[in-house]
Design a protein around this ligand. Sequence first.
Ligand code: FA5
Length: 341
Amino acid sequence: MDSLEEIKKNALNSIEKAADEEALKLLKIEYLGRSGNLTMILRGLKDMPEAERRVMGALANALRQELEGAFQNGEKNLGAIAKTAHFKQEKIDISLPGAKIPVGHLHPLTKIKKEVEEIFISLGFEVVEGPEMEREHYAFDALNMPKDHPAREMWDTLWLEPLKDRMLLRPQTSSVQIRYMEKHEPPFRIIAPGRVFRYEATDVSHDIQFHQVEGLVVGEDISVANLKHITLSFFRKLFGKDSQIRLRPSFFPFVEPGFEVDISCAQCQGRGCSVCKSSGWLEVMGAGMVHPNVFKAVGYNPKLWRGFAFGVGLDRLAMTKYKIPDIRFFSENDIRFLRQF
Ligand code: FA5
């Protein structure tokens, strides 16, 4: 059997020369494994005389510790070398396409809003904005709906705390008409796009928040003929030159006379389908000639000025244009829906 001194010399020498981790593993078995050189010596201790056993035992254990340390160091060094070699071998192919960075795009409601704005700008309109959080005065009183007027119920909305301030979430963009007229003199043509809110049950074509574009034209000799011409031009630019409109009498307190404006269904070209509930027409807009009381509320002389106003639902326009069957898809934020636009 080799002496401890020889075992140490040979082991350290071999550890240092080990070419790779595999070789080191075999060496470890050779020296420290179950029937390794050093293990055999340690096992044989029990048969030695007491005095010899004590000396040899201390030396052999010390050597085992030393070799274990040497193996550990060797493993660490060879591991690091192997890693560097791997990196050196790795090649970068610069001709491969890079990782694709996902690019976002506009929401369908933003797209339709931009398109509608561009059409009205081309018809000589200016785009203005107003607040979503509104005062009762602009949302109701100045629109010819004083407190307790039953028509307020058509635009039931969410009131903001504290109630004594009489602030609400605007139920229609018509409040922007008042804000604009307070600060400007006629003649003018404006549109006011924006979000509106209602306190009502939702279904495929009704939501509690949606978007409108308000239109207001004021001048000296404005008539229903102008209203028809502008709205027809708008719908033809948006849905194609074959689009038709029809006006039905309706009631809005801030106009007189008032109309519902329907467009011929783009889905079935007016023949009747599920989208237009077989009628061939879609109700998308309220409109009318500005009521004299509205002019009075902003300090205009109703004998001097005439005007027409309209409010069109942007969500319903987008539904028609992009063939979307449920208005609630717009706010659900489902990426599978949004990716289609
Ligand atoms: C109005 O809001 C009036 N301010 C329109 C108006 C303006 C009339 C100027 C006269 C002069 P109405 O509540 O009908 O009217 O809404 C107008 C349009 O908004 C509707 O034609 C429809 O397209 C859309 N709309 C109404 N309620 C909802 C709803 N809950 N969800 C989605 N769209 C709606």
